[in-house]
Design a protein around this ligand. Structure first.
Ligand code: 13P
Ligand code: SF4
Length: 298
C-alpha cells in the first residue's frame, strides 16, 4: 500500500500533511508533520496540486480556504473536532449582539463558517501574538475557554470567553498530574493551553504540539511529563531518542485523530475521494481571518 501511495503521490502531484497527533504509521508516510499553524502555512505555500490532509475536518477546511485551486482530500471525511462543533455562526452572531460589536479571535479549531464572521484566527502557537495584535482593549475569544483564559492571564485585555473546550485536554486533573510528578520528580511538566487553568498553573512551559517538540529537543532536562494528546509521544521520542516522556494521563486520547488508516489514504488518492471544499461565499470572508493570522505568524 505504501509503495502504491508513493506512485500515486507522484502521478497526482500530491503532498501528505499530518498533524502531530496522528498514529505513527501516518506520520511516517507524511511529507510534513506539524502543529495546526505549521500545517496551515504549508498548505498555503505548497505547489502541489493535491493536499491529502491527515488530521480533522477543520484542518482540511483551513487548507481549502488558503488554497482554493488545490484539491484538498480528507481520507476519512467524518474525522472531526468536538470542540469545533461547540460553536455555530448563528450562536456567535447572537453572542455578539449581546456583547456589542467586539473583535473576535477564533481558534482554528472551528468551522469555516465561524471563521468567516471572526476578526482573526489563532492557533495554540500564536495565540498571544494574535491577541496582542488587536488594538481594542476588549475581545471575544472562541471556542476554547481554556485557551482564552490562558491568553487572559498573559495580557491586560478584557477577554470574553466562549464555553467550548477540548474534551480530552479539559479532562486532565490536578490529581493525575500530581501523581505523575510524584513518580518522576526530575521531570519537567509541559502542557498544552487547551488544558484547564489549574493544570496550566502547574506547568513549567505552555506550548503548542510543535512547540513541545522544540522545547524538549533544546532543554537540558532528560525527562518530561506531557500534558497533551498521547499521539505526541511518538514524534517526541523520534525527535529526542535519548530523552524520556511520560503521558500526564493516558485518558488524553482523541479518537478523531486516530480515524485515518493507511488504506484510507490509498483509497482517497486512488479515487480522489474525500474532497473538502469550502464554498466561495464562506471561503472569501474566512480567508480574511485566516490570512490575517498567517501573515502575522510567517
Ligand atoms: P496544535 O498542534 O496546533 O498545538 O493543536 C492541538 C490540537 O488540539 C489540534 O486539534
Ligand atoms: Fe479537537 Fe481536542 Fe481532538 Fe484536538 S485533541 S482535534 S482539540 S477534540
Amino acid at each position: 500500500m505504501k509503495d502504491r501511495i508513493k506512485v500515486l503521490k507522484k502521478e497526482r502531484n500530491a503532498i501528505i500533511l499530518a498533524h502531530n497527533y496522528e498514529p505513527p504509521e501516518i506520520q511516517d508516510i507524511a511529507d510534513l508533520c506539524g502543529d495546526s499553524l505549521e500545517l496551515s502555512i504549508k498548505a498555503a505555500d505548497t505547489d502541489a496540486d493535491v493536499i491529502v490532509f491527515c488530521g480533522v475536518h477543520f484542518m482540511a477546511e483551513t487548507a481549502s480556504i488558503l488554497s482554493p485551486d488545490k484539491k484538498v482530500l480528507l481520507p476519512v471525511k467524518d474525522a472531526g473536532c468536538p470542540m469545533a462543533d461547540m460553536i455555530t455562526p448563528e450562536k456567535l452572531k447572537t453572542r455578539l449582539a449581546e456583547l456589542g460589536d467586539l473583535p473576535v479571535v477564533t481558534y482554528v479549531n472551528s468551522s469555516a463558517a465561524v471563521k468567516a464572521i471572526s476578526t482573526i484566527c489563532c492557533t495554540s502557537a500564536n495565540v498571544l501574538s494574535v491577541v496582542n495584535s488587536i488594538s481594542a482593549p476588549e475581545i471575544l475569544m472562541t471556542p476554547d475557554r481554556n485557551l482564552a483564559m490562558y491568553a487572559a492571564s498573559k495580557t491586560n485585555k478584557k477577554i470574553h470567553l466562549w464555553e467550548g473546550y477540548c474534551p480530552f485536554h479539559n479532562a486532565l486533573t490536578v490529581q493525575e498530574v500530581e501523581n505523575v510528578k510524584k513518580a518522576y520528580p526530575e521531570a519537567e511538566f509541559i502542557a498544552h493551553p487547551e488544558c484547564p487553568p489549574e493544570i496550566v498553573a502547574m506547568a513549567d512551559a505552555v506550548l503548542s504540539t510543535s512547540g513541545m517538540l522544540r522545547y524538549a529537543a533544546s532543554s537540558k532536562n532528560r525527562e518530561f511529563i506531557i500534558g497533551t494528546e498521547v499521539g505526541l509521544l511518538y514524534p517526541l521520542k523520534k525527535t529526542c531518542p535519548d530523552k524520556i516522556f511520560y503521558p500526564a494521563s493516558l485518558r488524553m486520547e482523541c479518537p478523531e485523530m486516530k480515524k485515518i488508516k493507511i488504506e484510507d489514504i490509498l483509497v482517497s488518492l486512488e479515487n480522489m475521494s474525500g474532497e473538502v471544499k469550502v464554498p466561495e461565499e464562506i471561503r472569501i470572508p474566512a480567508l480574511r481571518s485566516v490570512q490575517a493570522m498567517v501573515d502575522l505568524s510567517k
